[in-house]
Design a protein around this ligand. Structure first.
Ligand code: SF4
Length: 451
């Protein structure tokens, strides 16, 4: 085991001892490392292919270690996790980067954020909210086109739900496995039919959304959707289960241009309570998903928290910390942020933290203060007057005329709300939203490159 990883001490020395002490299938792990050493020392084309396979295995091992210990790693486990990450990157042949450190950043960031006066003054209830909105509007105008010379641009996009099958048990979501709802799963012709409707409505940017179901919503299935849609000229974003680095690379190669992955809550204990079973219970796998996507070459990354689950101010600071961490780690990354809010949840789930409209507005304005050039995204979860007001302050991407169920645009007899993920509170058509934006002095755009 003499694998050297970018100046880091080799995966040697005490590593074998740690692996045996950790006791998680040590013989199998050591065989894998021996294979890694062999392949890294072999310059042939065959070995190059093997490296990617082994990178996936090393990455899986690392997440098994993290998930099994729920983030509470001892010193040796933490060191091993760090080294496995570097090793997987070396096998993938991607540029070396410092060790992942969001966990440490999250632990140390809140007090620092609180020292930022702009950010904190947005949240200060004693400050008039109109003043907060004006400040956010000035920053947004400056970075997204001034309203005085050329109208500020706002991207309109549409979600396209591919599947509401899900193996997870998120307490707040209608798609959760145990919820007895009508399930649907689009094949390619139906997805294309949905996209044609969206195209006729003017959309060029489509966000593919699906529940987590590794069997039905596999990388092959997704790549098989993305490539033909991208081939028809759509810009494709994905809001799906977290993928491995190689999975994200495959989806990027198929034509995906952006990844949206909301952490929901950054509080580990709450995260465990809301996600009791299934793959979504793996906090680290999810929280590092945006990094894997960026490692795979995707440069448009969307983060968010689900307001209602955790202490709102703490969650906001964690989200800001996450955004800053990614921007530091991946120069050139184009960041998007969103604050979906729970209005209705299935079977009597009541979010423990209700966020009122004024607080909601202040939170978005605080995001603008923290990230002057980031895209701020707002869905149709919110009612029209509030969306219009937030657009005037700081929003740069709006969905419009949305359906949150698979096949919902084309519709069929008996369709209603029985297959949707959440209710739509802004019922306006796309044209109505676009016209309203224009009458309010904005320039609706349809291609994300401009945004
Ligand atoms: S939030 Fe996502 S993972 Fe959880 S039940 Fe809903 S669709 Fe599945």
């Amino acid at each position: 085991m003499a694998t050297r990883v970018d100046g880091d001490p080799a995966l040697n020395g005490p590593t074998e001892e740690w692996i045996r002490r950790i006791g998680d299938h040590p013989e199998m792990r050591l065989r894998l490392l021996a294979e890694v050493t062999r392949v890294l020392g072999d310059a042939s084309a065959v070995a190059a292919g093997e490296r990617r396979t082994l990178a996936g295995k090393v990455e899986r091992w690392r997440y098994q270690l993290l998930n099994h210990n729920a983030g509470h790693l001892d010193e040796h486990q933490a060191e091993l996790a760090g080294r496995l990450d570097l090793l997987a990157r070396e096998l993938e042949g991607v540029a070396p980067r410092p060790r992942r450190s969001f966990r440490q950043r999250l632990a140390s960031t809140r007090d620092r954020d609180r020292e930022e006066r702009d950010l904190e003054s947005c949240l200060d209830a004693a400050r008039p909210i109109e003043d907060v909105e004006r400040q956010a509007a000035r920053a947004t105008d400056l970075n997204f086109g001034s309203r005085a010379s050329v109208a500020r641009r706002i991207l309109l996009y549409a979600p396209l739900y591919l599947s509401n099958h899900c193996i997870n048990h998120c307490l707040y979501c209608g798609f959760r496995y145990s919820n007895p709802m009508e399930r649907d799963h689009l094949d390619l012709p139906r997805a294309l039919a949905e996209s044609e409707i969206l195209g006729r409505r003017g959309f060029r940017h489509i966000l593919l959304v699906a529940g987590e179901h590794p069997g039905m919503v596999s990388v092959d299935y997704l790549a098989g959707m993305i490539a033909p849609l991208a081939g028809r000229g759509f810009r494709i974003g994905i809001e799906i289960a977290p993928q491995s680095t190689s999975g994200y690379r495959r989806l990027a190669e198929a034509g995906a241009t952006s990844v949206t992955l909301y952490q929901e809550t950054y509080d580990r204990a709450r995260y465990a309570a809301y996600h009791p079973k299934g793959t979504k219970a793996w906090y680290d796998w999810r929280v590092e998903g945006p990094e894997r996507a960026a490692d795979a070459g995707l440069r448009r990354i969307g983060l968010g928290i689900l307001l209602g689950l955790g202490g709102p101010v703490e969650e906001l600071h964690a989200l800001i910390a996450h955004g800053r961490y990614l921007l530091d780690r991946y120069p050139g990354l184009r960041l998007s942020l969103s604050l979906p809010r729970i209005h209705e949840a299935p079977q009597g789930f009541r979010p423990p933290h209700v966020v009122d409209n004024d607080t909601f507005i202040r939170f978005y304005c605080a995001l603008r203060a923290a990230f002057p050039t980031a895209n701020l995204v707002l869905s149709t979860r919110e009612p029209a007057p509030l969306r219009d007001r937030l657009a005037r302050a700081c929003i740069t991407q709006l969905s419009a005329g949305s359906s949150t169920s698979p096949g919902g645009y084309r519709g069929r007899a008996g369709d209603g709300t029985s297959r949707q993920q959440f209710p739509v509170f802004d019922p306006r058509t796309v044209d109505e939203v676009a016209s309203h934006l224009e009458s309010d002095g904005f320039r609706p755009i349809w291609e994300p490159d401009e945004a």
